[in-house]
Ligand binder design. Structure first.
Ligand code: HAM
Length: 414
């Protein structure tokens, strides 16, 4: 049998129900903040990510699914959505003298080592805001996430970690200082960090290696390089978050794995999913629009990892989300199938999710199917009901059964 590709996950019906619940909560909140949806391609030129996410990041260096298309162009499955979103807005002239607050959702692809909560195809919902330079939009985006957690009932299971990387200039100065400090210890660093010393020294701060971490204890700290403007931005953000009652932890080691960030960076982290505990990450990326060919535009955003958020929801709320059908229509013989379709149609018009029994069989078997699919109501149609223009309805939770006039059906099970 041909099996699924490693790291590509099937989301089967039971899990998909929770997935929809999570995604619709995120969408509800985004609608409430009046963010507008974009649909972006899954395939882009590889160069977009090399320039956008950064040549020296793990994502671009070793995690992309890249291919050459028939005319020799190098294309990649998108590893994230921000670069595509910027490209789309610039290409379509939507950043010209205007602000934008948008979101997108869909699969992203990274060739990572698969484990629970880490897949090679995973889903994100990302929100991005363009044209706002102040910390007010950073606070709005963070508050939006907080509202999503609230709606999903997981607020007490996540914490917000916050840091500032300062301006691009400050970051460069810090980078130089870090390299100067670490170079004499080069041979004592773990192999990944040795490699990063040239390519992406800030990521060394994330190293899980104890010896490297020990060396970092006396390394220069980014915060000392953060300029006054950036400090003011970051202080402003903290005041806004405090004003909204959003708790946060300052983490001076938080640098994030993508190169485009400046100023604010943040992550929402849970302890309930083991090592894959970051359910959402984001920050400000004021230089990216220009780097991708647009006019300099301040920008900020985040992406929620839907797979991890769904896993966390399952850990916190173990109860099964409602099944697909609310109503199951049973019928006593083939001659009544037409009546069954007509009853089902009426209920669907009233927005009920209705499954009509298929394949005949005894009523007992039909009622068992009704139970199995999680329906709350069964409708039983026999000759008497159809003859008298009535329907028998059975509440499957408490077992009560009664016969009502057909005209009262929608109200009776409403
Ligand atoms: P990111 O931190 O790379 O940021 O990804 C955001 C979220 O996607 C993570 O917090 C995690 O929940 C989820 N995620 C990432 N990789 C995987 C994986 N292999 N399996 C399952 N879930 C995963 C970005 O992608 C940025 N574009 C966020 C952003 C938007 N920054 C500004 N705007």
């Amino acid at each position: 049998m041909v099996q699924a590709v490693r790291g590509m996950r099937d989301v089967l019906p039971a899990e998909a129900r929770r997935w929809r619940l999570v995604e619709s909560a995120i969408r509800k909140v985004l609608d409430g903040y009046a963010y507008e949806e974009l649909y972006l391609p899954v395939l882009e030129f590889t160069e977009l990510f090399a320039r956008g996410v950064g040549e020296a990041t793990d994502i671009v260096e070793k995690e992309m699914y890249s291919l050459e298309d028939r005319n020799g162009d190098s294309l990649s499955l998108r590893p994230e959505g921000t670069a595509s979103c910027v490209r789309a807005l610039v290409e379509n002239g939507l950043l010209f003298n205007q602000t934008q607050r948008v979101f997108y959702s869909g699969p992203m692809f990274r060739y990572e080592k698969p484990q629970r909560g880490r897949y090679r195809q995973f889903n994100q919902v990302g929100a991005e805001a363009f044209g706002f330079a102040g910390p007010d939009i950073d606070a709005e985006l963070i508050a939006l996430c907080a509202d999503v957690w609230e709606r999903l009932g997981i607020t007490r299971h996540v914490r917000l970690e916050l840091n500032t990387l300062g301006s691009a200039g400050a970051r460069q100065a810090y980078r130089d200082a870090l390299v100067a400090y670490l170079t004499p210890y080069r041979n004592e660093l773990d192999p990944d960090s040795q490699r990063r010393l040239e390519s992406n020294p800030l990521r060394i701060l994330d190293s899980k290696n104890d010896r490297t971490q020990k060396l970092l204890e006396h390394a220069p700290v980014l915060q000392d390089f953060v300029d006054a403007d950036a400090r003011e931005h970051f202080d402003g953000l903290q005041v806004l978050l405090e004003g909204r009652g959003i708790e946060f932890v300052l983490n001076p080691r938080l640098v994030r794995g993508l190169d485009y960030y400046t100023h604010t960076v943040f992550e929402w982290i849970t302890e309930d999913l083991g090592s894959q505990g970051t359910i959402c990450g984001g920050g400000r990326y004021d230089g990216l629009v220009e780097r991708l060919g647009g006019r300099a535009t301040p920008a900020c955003g985040f992406s929620i990892g839907v797979d991890r958020t769904q896993l966390l929801h399952e850990v916190v709320h173990q109860d099964e989300p409602a099944g697909a059908a609310q109503v199951y229509v049973c019928w006593m013989h083939d001659g009544l199938l037409g009546a069954a379709f007509s009853v089902a149609g009426e209920l669907r018009e009233a927005d009920a999710a209705v499954r009509v029994h298929m394949g005949g069989g005894a009523l007992k078997k039909q009622l068992k199917r009704a139970d199995d699919c999680g329906a709350e109501w069964a409708i039983i149609l026999g000759d008497d009901e159809v003859g008298n223009d009535t329907v028998t309805i059975k509440h499957l939770v408490d077992g009560e059964q009664k016969t009502v006039a057909r005209s009262e059906l929608v109200t009776a099970i409403g």
